[in-house]
Write a protein that binds this ligand. Structure first.
Ligand code: SF4
Length: 373
């Protein structure tokens, strides 16, 4: 989880710039632990700067041309972040977790079942297949859910038993604090809610670990109570893109579920999970103007939903791999006012029980929430 300190203006600027521009690794051995593929945005590496954990793009085209560069870390995992040849700040890289060395009795490496995000989050894509992804024409253009499967870095369906085994090891060996269960969307009306319930039940039987589940809005709001009863603490339903035209262009399959359905699902989910325990991911830089993002964020906050706005990261191998990431100025024009709005609504990242909003590493939003008014 990110530090609870107020950051000076120069640090906020640095974090926003680094997340937009990406980081060049000067030597291959600086590569270490990074996140490629999976559902939603990826191609990141976890770093810690000024006590803040941040996922920074390292495998993208843009990152290879970034003005930020870091050498291989020393024995303590620390290196120096340089802007060109000028040292800017100490930078620490997340260490490879101990549970990555283990495998199941039938020979599946634990790292193919779940991975470490940030420094203390265990994350998995329970179902690595998606109805939206069956045809590239209908798939979300930013998503790489099929790539890590094709590359043999993961398994298509992680069983509840496998997830429970890995979660227990990650808590015992690496002290992970919460878990994210995301999923590709199966061809069933529950949109994956049943699979997430089965997974959560098994994990909670094995270990005391707060869980966030992430899926599209299910057909029936009764699923929210079932998810809570299965041991899920928080829920993410991710809008990603907001404008009708942009949704149809960037995620034609997912856009068949209208924003109005997300809004009614948010309202029903907040009644079950509580204010601030339901969230959505919004990808900034895919065509939605800042004012639209802020207007929708205001509606979400009024419903009690945490609007986790992250900079779009173009992932290699996806149709958007050459799409420019948002500039630091663009991100700032959203995150600075949004940070104040979130604070005023009393829905801060720090109060979320589990999941992306709590981790916060894919955006500098939580740092903007802490800026004194
Ligand atoms: S914010 Fe979510 S996707 Fe990003 S590193 Fe944290 S848990 Fe993973």
């Amino acid at each position: 989880m990110n530090a609870s300190v107020n950051l000076p203006e120069s640090s906020l600027q640095l974090l926003t710039e680094l997340q937009s521009s990406g980081l060049r690794l000067a030597t291959p051995d600086a590569e270490g632990l990074s996140r490629r593929g999976g559902a939603g945005p990826s191609d990141h590496k976890a770093v810690v700067i000024d006590g803040v954990t941040l996922m920074v793009p390292v495998h993208t085209h843009g990152a290879r041309a970034s003005g930020f560069v870091a050498n291989a870390p020393d024995a303590n995992g620390v290196s120096v972040l340089m802007r060109g040849s000028i040292p800017v700040a100490p930078i620490a890289f997340a260490k490879t977790p101990r549970f990555y060395k283990l495998q199941t009795l039938d020979g599946v490496p634990y790292s193919h079942i779940a991975t470490l995000h940030g420094t203390d989050v265990l994350a998995t894509t329970v179902l690595q297949t998606c109805i939206r992804y069956e045809s590239r024409k209908k798939a979300c253009k930013f998503c790489a859910i099929g790539q890590s499967l094709a590359a043999g870095r993961t398994v298509a369906h992680k069983t509840p038993e496998q997830l429970a085994e890995v979660a227990r090891a990650a808590v015992l060996l690496d002290g992970v604090k919460h878990m994210v269960l995301t999923t590709g969307t199966p061809p069933t009306p529950d949109r994956g809610a049943a699979i997430l319930c089965d997974s959560a039940r098994a994990i909670r039987r094995a270990v005391d670990l707060p869980i966030q589940a992430q899926c599209e809005p299910p057909d029936d709001d009764a699923w929210f109570a079932r998810m809570r009863d299965a041991g899920i603490d928080t829920l993410g339903m991710h809008l990603e893109v907001l404008g009708e035209a942009e949704r149809a262009r960037i995620m034609p399959g997912k856009a068949t579920v209208p924003v109005s359905r997300y809004m009614s699902a948010f309202k029903a989910a907040v009644e079950v999970f509580g204010r601030g325990q339901v969230s959505t991911y919004i990808l900034a830089g895919l065509g939605d103007p800042p004012q639209r993002v802020l207007d929708i964020a205001q509606q979400l906050l009024a419903l009690g939903v945490y609007p986790f706005v992250v900079p779009f990261v173009p992932i290699s191998g996806t149709p958007l791999e050459d799409h420019a990431p948002p500039t630091p100025e663009f991100m700032r024009s959203i995150l600075a006012p949004l940070g104040a709005m979130v604070r005023e609504a009393g829905l801060r990242a720090a109060d979320i029980k589990a999941g992306c909003g709590k981790c916060g590493a894919c955006s500098s939003l939580s740092s903007f929430e802490k800026v004194a008014a």
